[in-house]
Every structure is written in structure tokens, then in C-alpha cells.
Design a protein around this ligand. Sequence first.
Ligand code: HEC
Length: 182
Amino acid sequence: MKSKAILIVALAVMGCSRDSWQRMPGPDDAVAAVPWFSTMRKTIAIKPYEMPLMPVEGTVPITGAEVSLSLTNPADLPAINALMNPVASTSESLERGRDRFEIYCALCHGMEGAGDGPVNAAMFGAAPALTTDNARSYSDGYLYTMVKSARGGLMPAHGDKIRGDDRWHVVNYVRALQGAAQ
Ligand code: HEC
């Protein structure tokens, strides 16, 4: 008699959710079966990029303070162009740069930087090729700042996603793409 009652309770609990029939019900299933008990089964899911948490104002990375120069401020241009690329264009640097470029840049600028990324069509071709004479003529510091902060156009800033030397690796990789496209 008693075992019959236990079986009925177990069946009632097991019938509650799609995945619970695949495994033995545990105490958590019993709690979840009661609608007004709170469990962690129903939580608010936050999708990537839905609610990016920006670093607090004034946050300094452990690698030291960052230069804050803006491409939208003409007075900053000389300092931007004077930025020295501290990362040699070694095969390791290019490999890292390619990895970051294909994640963050290729969607708009294309895998070879030809401006043919899949997202660019939806942007009516606003993202230019990075292999043009114009793009070649930019200094490394200009490209670095473009990656970090962009320049107020349709291109988003990537400073919060591509950090530290990774930005220079991306610059080195863009240079390699420009060389390859020559
Ligand atoms: C969402 C699409 C998008 C992504 C992602 C993107 N860009 Fe851009 N990029 C643009 C657009 C649009 C422009 C032109 C308008 C502007 O200045 O914002 C541009 C302009 C540029 C320019 C200037 C080109 C010129 O001829 O003046 C460079 C350099 C550049 N991007 C590099 C990059 C790099 C490197 C990455 C990856 C870190 C990247 N972009 C990611 C859309 C994008």
C-alpha cells in the first residue's frame, strides 16, 4: 500500500517536465512540482551582448593605464599617428591577429578584408575594404585607434572586446592582408 503511494507520487513528479522522465526524480523535482516554491529552474536568461557590462569609469587594466585618444578629435591625430607599434609582426602575432580579426572584423570587412563580410550587405556596403590605398595609407596608430574606439561612424568600437596587445596583433594582421592583396 505504502509503496503504491510512493509510486504514484513519483509518477506525478516525473510527468512534470520534458527532461525529468529521462532520469530518476530527485527532491528538487518534488519542490519544482509545486508552482509557488522558487527553484532555479526558471531564471532570466541574458543572451551575449544583450546587456554588456562596461568597466566602471576610470578602471585601469593591470597592464597599465590606456591612452585615450579619439579619431573624432583632429587635435589628437598627431599623437595617434605617433603611436609606436610595440609588437613585431611575427608568425605568432599574425596568428593571434588572424584569430581576433576573423571573430570581430571579418563579419563586416570580409575574411580577406575585401569588404565582403556577410553583415556588410545588411549595412548597404558601408564597411569599406581594408586593402584600399586609403586604408594602406593609415598609420599603425590610426588602425590601432580604429580597433579600440572607431571614429563615430557605423563601425562599433572594439576596445572592450579586443584588449592590450591583441589590438596590435590585429593591426599586424590587417597589414599582412594589405600586403597579400597587393
Ligand atoms: C559592424 C560592422 C563592422 C565591424 C564588426 C568592423 N568594422 Fe571596420 N568599419 C565599418 C564601417 C561601416 C566603416 C566605415 C565607417 C566608419 O568610419 O565607421 C569601417 C571602417 C574601418 C576602417 C577605416 C577604413 C577606411 O578606408 O577609412 C578600418 C581600418 C576598419 N574599419 C578596421 C576594422 C577592424 C580591424 C575591425 C575588427 C576589429 C573592424 N573594422 C570591425 C564596419 C565594421
